[in-house]
Design a protein around this ligand. Structure first.
Ligand code: SF4
Ligand code: SF4
Length: 195
């Protein structure tokens, strides 16, 4: 863990909360219009629609966060492994033209009815922060969308430093550059650090 933190410091990355700031600010604007998730059970975190994939930096930040909160333990590892098995996340299907079949899964950090996500906003995947309701009082699936222009702005501001870190770490730990579903990305990172 210390070695991982040292590598992050070496790259002089902006903090995880700063790099998520454009998305967090947009959420505040939406919330000021009551475009929030208070009436929803969190459809976007369940297998109804969740197919979130994260890069190595997002995995590192979530991994460090879970360690610092004392949540990375054998029980969590077992839950992540079961999640991978249940949703067959390690079985990739390539469709025509090299496109990958989009697998959905209930996120292992989804806490169920109205409790939402157990990961602090400053460490959540960017895509999770970007996906928000398009009107008041949403309770059903189909009334939310990704703030793609804000995602692009975030990428413009921080993409260069993030890509440099990702390329370095993937090479050093022999990890794939491609984004992976959350439980796979966390387990891959853990195995690479341990070995
Ligand atoms: S973004 Fe939409 S689907 Fe997801 S929790 Fe909020 S209201 Fe529900
Ligand atoms: S990390 Fe949180 S917001 Fe993202 S899919 Fe998982 S439970 Fe939902």
């Amino acid at each position: 863990m210390e070695a991982l933190k040292q590598i992050m410091a070496q790259f002089n990355l902006d903090s995880s909360s700063h790099r998520r700031e454009p998305l967090l600010k947009r959420m505040e604007v939406d919330a000021s219009k009551n475009w929030d998730c208070k009436n929803c059970i969190g459809h976007c975190c369940t297998m109804i629609s969740n197919s979130m994939k994260i890069d190595v930096l997002e995995a590192v930040e979530m991994y460090v966060y879970l360690h610092e909160k004392g949540r990375w333990n054998d029980q969590l590892k077992k839950e992540l492994e079961e999640n991978v098995k249940t949703y067959r996340l390690d079985y990739e299907i390539v469709l025509s033209r090299g496109q990958e079949f989009r697998r959905t899964y209930t996120c292992p950090f989804y806490q169920g009815h109205n409790l939402g996500c157990s990961i602090d906003s400053s460490f959540k995947p960017y895509g999770c922060l970007a996906f928000n309701p398009d009107k008041k009082g949403v309770s059903e699936w189909g009334h939310c969308s990704s703030r793609s222009s804000v995602m692009e702005k975030r990428e413009d501001n921080f993409g260069k430093q993030e890509t440099a870190f990702i390329k370095f770490l993937c090479k050093k730990l022999n990890l794939p550059l491609e984004k992976k579903p959350i439980p796979i990305a966390l387990l891959n990172l853990h195995k690479a650090i341990e070995s």
